[in-house]
Design a protein around this ligand. Structure first.
Ligand code: ADP
Ligand code: TZD
Ligand code: MG
Length: 590
């Protein structure tokens, strides 16, 4: 720390005001953090102010960054995570020590699980006191706690190391498999002063933060060999493919190969869901009957039944080609016949070159059987969508929201809940890449308002958040944030009076409601009115459509309470099979 000067405690001046004893211009920890972020193209900070980071947010705003202050750190963290996903630049969440840090940590862990690049920057207490466990204000050994829950964790003790610390955090977040990074900044660091020129020199601009990872030619050839031998090939696109922003290459690969594909939830729209090769409406058929499956940025985790079992073909009947940047993902659940390790843009590009100009499309018997299955499933869905049930069920409400997205395909859809999630995913077609953001790998509730806010801030596009009433409750207070920043977000709460259903009963006949129930007939629309937003209560598809159209047209913060039949949902939505049930009591659960 050659050029640092200890600042007198309590005095925090701005960079312009500060001069050293010999008149040299000075800077401090606050300014160095801001300068380091700005130097690396980070424009927005999502957080909650307080000791010791209040001035960091204030000064960041003064220095031209956009600082979005939330009501709870978890929502700020979710915002940062999805900002990272949408932009391939780490989203930054700023929190106070111990409790604020812990609130943000849920989002950091979720980001890591989902491979979203984000940096959680937390102020922390002084090392001398924390390490002797002497009971500092909001004392916690945050670095130790964070380490197990994110991709990398760093602490900076000297102002002269801020540039390196921020650079390491950025590179760790976006290179290889993206993920969450924790950056611990003790309170004392912010006040440390050093000469401004030395400070400027200490900053690091990260060159090529996520370097291309070129696949080995032999691995590309192996993958093409497996693909050439396929009679019933299938491509599965995951959110890694959407994140990679190799949209044209992926579209070319799908179309040149003629292979049917299914998109995982957040990969919907990478190609329009209405694309003739999209086999989403025949999902169970293609998983079971395909002989070669090429995974592009999708893991064989629970969402794909681990690549085996009754959703899949007989053991040994299917070969997998797996494109992923993380070598250890290979063989994680089943044998991978052709691992293709590298970044998706490079891998897909290499496959396209290797396919040459005379690549044969899959046999027509295969594509025709898929088309037939699609047709019958789509017809079945159409009849469900056509019903105008009163009160509304999921399908009648979703029909009009499907039309909204069709008419405004640049709208970003945020979606959480159980039935509200599963039904919306099936019904609403997405037409453009990265326009569907949802509960991801953990199926976590609470991402809604954080994702919606960052989607609006990062893209400037309209946002439609379709939320179960339970799901909404996890981040609902952020409607104030939406109003405060006047963001073009329309929240539709699917209000069925509860978790999964709104008709649970207390088997004892006692006064307490069943654990899955909420206050019946709640008016969530009133919540946003408290902050100057537009609240609308709707009970029919027509009312819902005009309320959403008005919201998107006006860009005004809007919350629509959509009354849904309490008996329309099913327990745990589409994943009831994962829900353990007591065999002993018929009364447990709905
Ligand atoms: P989904 O839930 O949509 O199936 P997952 O989150 O399970 O998707 O998988 C995403 C995968 O994408 C991860 O294994 C991750 O390593 C990979 N990935 C992310 N970015 C890239 C990239 N640029 N190139 C290659 N693989 C990537
Ligand atoms: N807590 C967290 C953080 N994540 C979770 N996934 C859950 C709890 C459990 N859970 C689900 O998996 S879905 C859900 C909960 C509480 C809410 C479902 O109710 P909803 O949707 O009102 O949001 P529907 O339309 O009533 O099914
Ligand atoms: Mg509900």
């Amino acid at each position: 720390m050659s050029a640092t000067l200890e600042q007198k405690t309590g005095e925090q001046k701005t960079g312009e005001q500060m001069t050293g004893e010999a008149g040299a211009e000075l800077t401090d920890g606050f300014h160095l953090v801001i300068d380091a972020l700005k130097l690396n193209g980070i424009k927005n900070i999502y957080g909650v102010p307080g000791i010791p980071v209040t001035d960091l947010g204030r000064l960041a705003q003064a220095e031209g960054m956009r600082v979005i202050s939330f009501r709870h750190e978890q929502n700020a963290g979710n915002a940062a995570a999805i900002a990272g996903y949408l932009t391939k630049t780490p989203g930054v969440c700023l929190t106070v020590s111990a409790p604020g840090f812990l609130n943000g940590l849920v989002a950091l862990a979720n980001a890591t699980t989902n491979c979203f690049p984000m940096i959680l920057i937390s102020g922390s207490s002084e090392r001398e006191i924390v390490d002797l466990q002497q009971g500092d204000y909001e004392e916690m050994d945050q670095l130790a706690v964070a380490k197990t829950l994110c991709k990398a964790a760093f602490r900076v003790l000297h102002a002269a190391d801020i540039g390196i610390g921020v650079a390491r955090a950025i590179r760790a977040a976006v290179s290889g498999r993206p993920g969450g990074v924790y950056l611990d900044l003790p309170g004392k660091l912010f006040g440390q002063v050093m000469e401004a020129e030395a400070g400027r020199r200490s900053l690091v601009k990260v060159i090529d933060p996520a370097p291309a990872q070129i696949p080995a030619p032999s691995a590309v050839e192996r993958a093409l060999d497996v693909l050439r031998g396929a009679k019933k090939p299938l491509i599965i696109l995951g959110k890694g493919a959407a994140y990679a922003q190799a949209d044209d290459a992926i579209r070319n690969l799908v179309e040149k190969s003629g292979i049917p594909y299914i998109p995982m939830s957040m990969a919907k729209g990478l190609l329009p869901d209405t694309h003739p090769q999209c086999a989403a409406a025949a999902r169970s058929t293609v998983l079971k009957e395909s002989d070669v499956v090429m995974l592009i940025g999708a893991r064989l985790n629970w969402l794909l039944s681990h690549g085996k079992g009754k959703s899949w073909g007989a053991p040994g009947s299917q070969k997998f080609i797996h494109i992923d940047i993380e070598p250890r993902e290979m063989d994680s659940n089943v044998e991978i016949a052709a691992p293709l390790v590298g970044d998706i843009g490079s891998c897909v590009g290499a496959l396209l070159v290797g396919m040459g100009s005379d690549w044969k499309h899959p046999p027509e018997t295969w594509t025709k059987s898929i088309d037939d299955k699609k047709e019958s499933n789509i017809a079945r869905m159409a009849s469900r969508l056509g019903k105008n049930s009163s009160p509304m069920d999921y399908h009648s409400a979703l029909r009009v929201l499907r039309d909204v997205i069709k008419e405004r395909p640049d709208t970003i859809l945020v979606n959480e809940g159980a039935n509200t999630l599963d039904q919306a995913r099936g019904v609403i077609d997405i037409y453009q890449p990265r326009k569907r953001l949802d509960v991801g790998t953990w199926g976590v509730m609470g991402i809604g308002m954080g994702f919606a806010i960052a989607a609006a801030v990062e893209t400037g596009k309209p946002v439609l958040a379709i939320e179960g009433d339970s799901a909404f409750g996890f981040s609902g207070m952020e409607v104030e944030t939406i109003c405060r920043y006047n963001l073009p977000i329309c929240v539709v709460v699917f209000n069925n009076d509860g978790i999964y259903r709104g008709d649970g009963v207390n088997p004892t006949g006692g006064a307490d409601p069943a654990p899955t129930m909420f206050v019946p007939g709640s008016r969530y629309d009133k919540m946003i009115e408290a902050f100057g937003g537009v609240g609308v209560n709707v009970t029919t598809p027509d009312e819902l459509k005009s309320a959403v159209d008005a919201a998107i047209e006006s860009g005004k913060p809007t919350l629509i309470n959509a009354v849904i039949d309490p008996a329309a949902g099913s327990e745990s939505g589409n994943i009831g099979n994962l829900n353990p049930k007591s065999a002993l009591s018929k009364k447990a659960g709905a």
